[in-house]
Design a protein around this ligand. Structure first.
Ligand code: WQD
Length: 343
């Protein structure tokens, strides 16, 4: 798909990453021109090849760290974007416990720089990548945006909560930016073309890449972290959201921001399916969807895991006019097709 030279430009920090690259595809499909900013510290340049294969054209990419004020100001000046979607951040929960200062530096400094630069270059529309991790183990389920945030279980989770507060306070000080923080639940899947997907660098921490690597024989078996929770089959419950649906939610959020009157505004929105799935059901659904068996053993609980969390998506449906469309089976099939491409 080609774009006319005057398609509105959107800066996408972390645009070569898992969710970022899928959002780049959705942006192009919606008539925007994405401009990627990614230093490839937690992504691979091969994502750009995948994007070219899907889109039939190159996407502008600045291989820089979005924490460099001079470089970022030059990009704003040259590209004159109408919006920013900020994905770039470190997101490994375990690593954040071992290296908290890296997480506070990397996840918060670039955010504050963007909030300083956007008013300077009259960029009014901002979408921030947040996470359901801010809810901790909620007292009520499904979680709504009014569910109280609980103290973070990790420095990573804390950077998301603090990031939301930084945006909230900057908007309260009337910087002329309209901002939405999207609280993702558990992103899974890959583009149906298998040209882009989740690149777990190293041993995957997350469930679905571990399932696909086990199915591919890369890992001898999957350990299910505990089956003695107070859930139907004893395993934890999560809200697994297809990465393509999640990408579309970002485009909807951007469109609604662009349509809104100019000024300073901030809101948070849950992005999930609204359905909770147990770990064992994800495994079973993967096996049924792909015909491939997954070797797994039941192991001890993982420290820091919440028992169950899934979204109330009423607000996303109403405010964004968006809802998740892809089924768990479709997402797992796409994840498996992507894994087979990687082998
Ligand atoms: C899901 C379920 C595990 C691996 C984290 C972050 C969150 C977001 C998504 C960034 C849990 C179980 C997992 C395994 C298992 N990250 N599991 N065996 O912990 O819900 O969320 O990743 O934005 O912010 O907190 O996702 O995929 O790690 O775990 O049994 O080998 O699968 O116990 O119940 P999680 P996850």
């Amino acid at each position: 798909m080609t774009l006319s030279g005057n398609s509105p430009k959107i800066l996408v920090t972390g645009g070569a990453g898992f969710i970022g690259s899928h959002t780049v595809v959705s942006l192009v499909n919606a008539g925007f021109e994405p401009v990627i900013i990614d230093d490839f510290s937690n992504s691979e340049r091969s994502a750009l090849d995948g994007l070219r294969a899907i889109l039939g054209r190159d996407v502008t990419c600045y291989p820089v760290n979005c924490n460099d004020a001079e470089i970022m100001a030059d990009i704003f000046r040259k590209e004159a974007p109408i919006g920013v979607i900020h994905f770039a951040a470190n997101k490994a929960v375990g690593e954040s416990v071992a290296k908290p200062l890296k997480y506070y530096r990397n996840n918060l400094d670039p955010l504050m720089l963007l909030l300083e630069l956007m008013p300077q270059f009259s960029v009014q529309n901002f979408v921030f990548s947040s996470s359901c991790t801010v809810y901790g183990q909620p007292a009520q389920l499904p979680v709504t945006e009014e569910t109280p945030r609980l103290p973070a279980q990790s420095p990573y989770g804390n950077t998301k909560a603090i990031g939301e507060d930084i945006i909230r306070d900057a908007i309260a000080a009337q910087i002329p930016v309209k901002a939405l923080a999207l609280r993702y639940f558990n992103p899974i899947g890959a583009h149906p073309s298998a040209e882009i997907g989740e690149l777990p660098l190293g041993v995957p921490a997350n469930l679905v890449p571990f399932i696909t690597q086990t199915a591919a024989g890369i890992r001898p078996s999957l350990t299910v972290y505990g089956d003695d929770y107070n859930t139907p089959d004893g395993t934890c419950i999560r809200d697994y959201i297809d990465v393509g649906d999640l990408a579309d939610a970002h485009v909807q959020a951007l469109k609604k921001l662009i349509e809104a009157p100019a000024g300073a505004s901030y809101d948070v929105i849950n992005i999930g399916t609204g359905r909770g799935e147990t770990v064992l059901n994800v495994i079973r659904t993967f096996e049924e969807a792909t015909g491939v068996k997954v070797n797994y053993v039941i192991g001890p609980r993982r420290a820091g895991d919440v028992e169950q969390v899934y979204a109330d998506v009423t607000k996303a449906n109403r405010v964004l006019e968006w809802s998740a469309r892809r089924s768990l089976a479709e997402s797992l099939r796409d994840a498996w097709n992507w894994q087979k491409k990687l082998i």
